[in-house]
Design a binder for this molecule. Structure first.
Ligand code: NAP
Ligand code: MG
Length: 452
């Protein structure tokens, strides 16, 4: 059995039967058996079923949000927003089922056209930071395109995935189309990656495990999309609305207790504005409300586990340049205070490695060219922001930073309708928007000779 721990109390909140290789194989077999009927459903009917899943998620909104908030230790307000996005994601891809258009291509001697075919059984492996949200980004386009799936949630956070599978079944999704295996990554995840009947792996998690998945997928030439780590830059120029940039900066790192692949954990600030920015930042960090995830006013909860807390603490040794330290509760639970290190060099470990905790590094820069160079001096390229009132500079810098998504005068990263994914070692492929569908389909070309 898996003992599922509630991070805010460090107590066991549920026990779940642990899946192994045998259960994973059974789930793949069920998905394989369900595939022919699922791909054959009339598009309008498949669309309607996915809308029904969205409706069902909305009907179970509070239940799912509370389960996610408790299991992942995230503020209830955030969890509600996330469950809203899960429903929206299913609705968006419900609308895509009838829009999987092909091309007609001018050729000699006949007509030529293309189809977007489903892949078959897809394996989805997701992390513990946004458990059901990230799963929905994969499940919805996979199902819309006519695939069946096996979802492996993180061992620490299996509850919303298991509940979702029940809800989807009740909403009318046929048996075998959505399967969940709750078990260790090195067992169930690894088996999915190696399984000859799994056509594709869509993975979100660490760059380290992503590398292993790419290697293990090679023998079966499996399609792989990877959403991995990040070390994103929040670039603040002296001509920006400094108060607004500083007000927004804390939750862009401390949101989800920093356990966010899009965390803008390197705050690059133009040196001549540094003192003014830091004074605004200090007030904003002190205003972050850390506490019980189920309290409506909470903005930051605990870390996911004791291990994670120890890892995060290793980035803040006694001699670290701590400029601002917020509050965190004592007592049980895996708490860590919002922490700002300043000034930090881009070569320091806190600026190079993904911390995945509430620790921000402030790095001063002297010119636009310097800012772009610092932003790009990383193996990652997932997210980022530029704050300036100079529109031409905003666009120059947004184009020059090697990253999958970037916001100007905003710290937002994901929307259901726009593509999300990484450059460099932050990943391969895109999720969300129309672009995700490419990764759940094969392109087939048909040529029809018309000359007698
Ligand atoms: P992780 O350790 O890489 O685990 C992710 C998933 O992979 C879990 O379900 C895990 O299972 C499974 N797994 C572990 N070893 C495996 C193996 N050998 N084969 C197949 N699957 C395996 O990541 P995490 O610690 O959960 O999450 C933190 C990381 O995720 C961070 O680096 C973060 O940046 C990244 N992340 C990226 C995005 C993005 O969209 N780019 C979004 C969120 C998070 P178990 O946990 O059950 O062992
Ligand atoms: Mg891990």
């Amino acid at each position: 059995m898996i003992e599922v721990v509630e991070p805010a109390t460090a107590e066991v909140m549920a026990t779940v039967r642990e899946a192994g290789v045998e259960e994973t194989d059974a789930a793949v077999a069920a998905a394989k058996a369900a595939f022919p009927a699922w791909r054959a459903i009339a598009p309008a009917d498949r669309s309607r079923l996915l809308h029904r899943v969205a409706d069902a998620v909305e009907e179970h909104h509070d239940e799912l949000a509370t389960l996610e908030a408790r299991n992942a230790g995230k503020p209830i307000g955030d969890a509600r927003g996330e469950m809203g996005m899960v429903a929206e994601t299913f609705r968006y891809y419900a609308g895509a089922v009838e829009r999987l258009l092909g091309d007609t291509i001018p050729v000699a001697g006949g007509v030529d056209f293309t189809f977007r075919e489903p892949l078959g059984v897809v394996g989805l492996i997701v992390p513990w930071n946004f458990p059901l949200t990230i799963a929905s980004w994969k499940m919805a386009p996979a199902l819309a395109a006519g695939n069946t799936l096996v979802l492996k949630p993180a061992e620490l956070t299996p509850l919303t995935a298991l509940r979702f599978a029940e809800i989807a079944l009740e909403a009318g999704v046929p048996e075998g189309v959505v399967n969940v295996v709750a078990g260790p990554g090195r067992v169930c995840g690894q088996r999915l990656v190696e399984h000859p009947d799994v056509a594709k792996i869509a993975f979100t998690g660490s760059t380290e495990v992503g590398r292993r998945i790419a290697e293990s997928a090679a023998p079966t030439i499996k399609r792989v999309t990877l959403e991995l780590g990040g070390k994103s830059a929040n670039v603040v120029f002296a001509d920006a609305d400094l108060a607004a940039a500083a007000q927004a900066a804390p939750l862009a790192v401390f949101g989800n207790a920093g356990q966010d692949c899009c965390a803008r954990s390197r705050i690059l600030v133009e040196r001549r504005a540094l003192d003014e920015f830091m004074s605004y930042l200090e007030a904003a960090v002190r205003g972050v409300r850390v506490g019980d995830p189920l309290d409506e006013s909470t903005q930051m909860g605990p870390l996911i586990s004791e291990d994670q807390r120890a890892t995060v603490a290793s980035f803040v040794p006694d001699d670290a340049p701590v400029a601002i330290r917020g509050e965190a509760p004592d007592g049980p639970g895996f708490w860590f205070p919002p922490t700002v290190l300043a000034p930090v060099s881009n070569d320091d470990r806190a600026a190079r490695e993904e911390i995945f905790g509430p620790v921000a590094a402030v790095i001063p820069f002297d010119s636009e060219e310097h800012a772009v160079r610092l932003a790009n001096e990383t193996i990652y390229g997932l997210s980022g922001s530029v704050w300036t009132r100079n529109g031409a500079r905003a666009l120059r810098v947004a184009r020059a930073i090697e990253t999958g998504v970037i916001s100007i005068n905003s710290n937002t990263s994901v929307r259901v309708s726009t593509p999300f994914g990484g450059f460099k070692q932050s990943g391969v492929g895109r999720e969300l928007g129309p672009h995700a569908l490419e990764h759940y389909t094969e392109l087939k070309n048909v040529y029809y000779a018309t000359e007698e």
